[in-house]
Design a binder for this molecule. Structure first.
Ligand code: UD1
Ligand code: UDP
Length: 367
């Protein structure tokens, strides 16, 4: 059984769901979504043609971590008791993953953690995700680590190496199927002839003042660079929308639009000049496409992209975001040094490797 509930988990679990479903002689794959997200989850399910077998539909406006944790824990119990899966796969670091894994632990059902071993080792950043991912790794039976670095993180914590499999990130599997030459879209037509900046922001620890600072910096840089246009597909969280509306509206060269379908978003990254984000998944996708990313966070659990030069951690202070963003627009040298394509997060075959492990086969090694 695969359990997921938010947009990024869906983008990274649907390729795996489809891989498992393509091997009916080996697996009976059951998909349970918690519905922690609604519209943003459904968009992804449609894009990958995945139909959930169970939908807990827990999302409510203004949901707190208490709501999500309790609702998932209580509601998934009956599903797990009915299906009695041989193994439950959860992904990454969301509250859906943590609560679903905890429910499995209570029912003594083995958990496989997809995207295991990412760490900042700061429980407050990202919050609450660093706790969630560490907690899942305390009880998991299978660790599907996207990189050798994430495997090492698990070994450093004493996890048994025979339970850790380096697979690459399933997000790169998704990316292989979405980006295409000749892609057209009205927003990209609008930005044609300008350097396109793609913006996203949603982290809970950045809500409020940190987000306002980030947006003020972006606004100042945009005002100073008339040859630049920005597109910001905004998260559905009303708290994000309120700050963005206040700080960014009234600048004609910034378009705030509804969340994009994943196929569109990946093609937008490919068409962009650079990306400004506090997202996790985008830090994996943009390096593959050779796009510089300014990461508006204090920590990253994805240092591979920083090491290979495509990601720069700029924090959330207004002046720091302003300086790094301006530099990338004004200095060819700075831009070129960050715009090399590299694939530190996998080769696009992670789902096959995970399925091989679950089916008892020796997976092909990730180089
Ligand atoms: C969640 C995850 C975070 C992940 C992010 C991806 C937790 C604690 N956080 O954060 O790790 O990076 O998803 O986007 O698990 N909303 C809608 N429709 C949607 C989705 C969200 O209206 O389709 C609104 C709801 O009002 C909801 C709010 O957004 O209350 C926040 O959603 P929530 O899942 O609680 O937190 P995220 O910040 O999205
Ligand atoms: N994404 C998308 N549409 C958008 C913005 C992002 O499909 O309008 C995708 C993006 O390609 C990445 C994922 O959503 O795969 C990132 O999700 P998010 O930033 O919400 O969560 P995080 O990765 O930070 O957990």
């Amino acid at each position: 059984m695969l359990v997921f509930g938010t947009r990024p988990e869906a983008i990274k679990m649907c390729p795996l769901a489809n891989e498992l479903k393509s091997r009916p002689d080996e697996f009976e794959a059951v998909v349970c979504v918690t519905g922690q997200h609604r519209e943003m989850l459904d968009q992804v399910l449609r894009a990958f043609s995945v139909e959930p077998d169970h939908d807990l539909a827990i999302m409510r406006p203004g949901q707190t971590l208490f709501d999500i944790t309790c609702d998932v824990l209580l509601d998934i119990r009956a599903v797990l008791e009915k299906e009695r899966p041989d193994v439950v796969l959860v992904h990454g670091d969301t509250t859906t993953s943590f609560a679903a894994a905890l429910a499995c632990f209570y029912l003594r059902i083995p958990v496989g953690h997809v995207e295991a071993g990412l760490r900042t080792r700061n429980l407050l950043s990202p919050w609450p995700e660093e706790f969630n991912r560490q907690a899942v790794d305390v009880l998991a039976e299978y660790y599907f680590a996207p990189t050798y670095r994430s495997k090492q993180n698990l070994i450093d914590e004493g996890k048994p190496s025979e339970k850790i499999f380096v697979t690459g990130n399933t997000g790169i599997d998704a990316l292989r199927t979405t980006v295409r030459d000749g892609y057209r879209n009205e927003h990209l037509d609008w930005a044609h002839g300008s350097r396109l900046i793609l913006i996203t922001a949603h982290r809970r620890e950045n809500l409020g003042e940190p987000m306002a600072r980030m947006f003020r910096a972006i606004r100042r840089v945009m005002d100073e660079h008339p040859d630049v246009k920005a597109i910001y597909p905004i998260h559905m969280n009303p708290q994000v929308r309120e700050v963005a509306e206040r700080e960014l509206s009234g600048e004609d060269r910034i378009r705030i639009i509804d969340p994009l379908e994943v196929v569109d978003f990946h093609n937008f990254i490919a068409a962009s000049y650079l990306v400004l984000t506090d997202s996790g998944g985008i830090q994996e996708e943009a390096p593959s496409l050779g796009k510089p990313v300014l990461v508006m966070r204090d920590t990253t659990e994805r240092p591979e992209g920083v090491v290979c030069g495509t990601l720069k951690l700029v924090g959330t202070e207004e002046q720091a975001v302003y300086s790094s963003f301006s530099e990338l627009l004004d200095s060819d040298k700075a831009y070129r040094s960050m715009s090399r394509a590299s694939n530190p997060y996998g080769d696009g075959h992670a789902s096959e490797r995970i399925a091989d492990v679950l089916g008892g086969k020796e997976p092909a090694c990730l180089l």
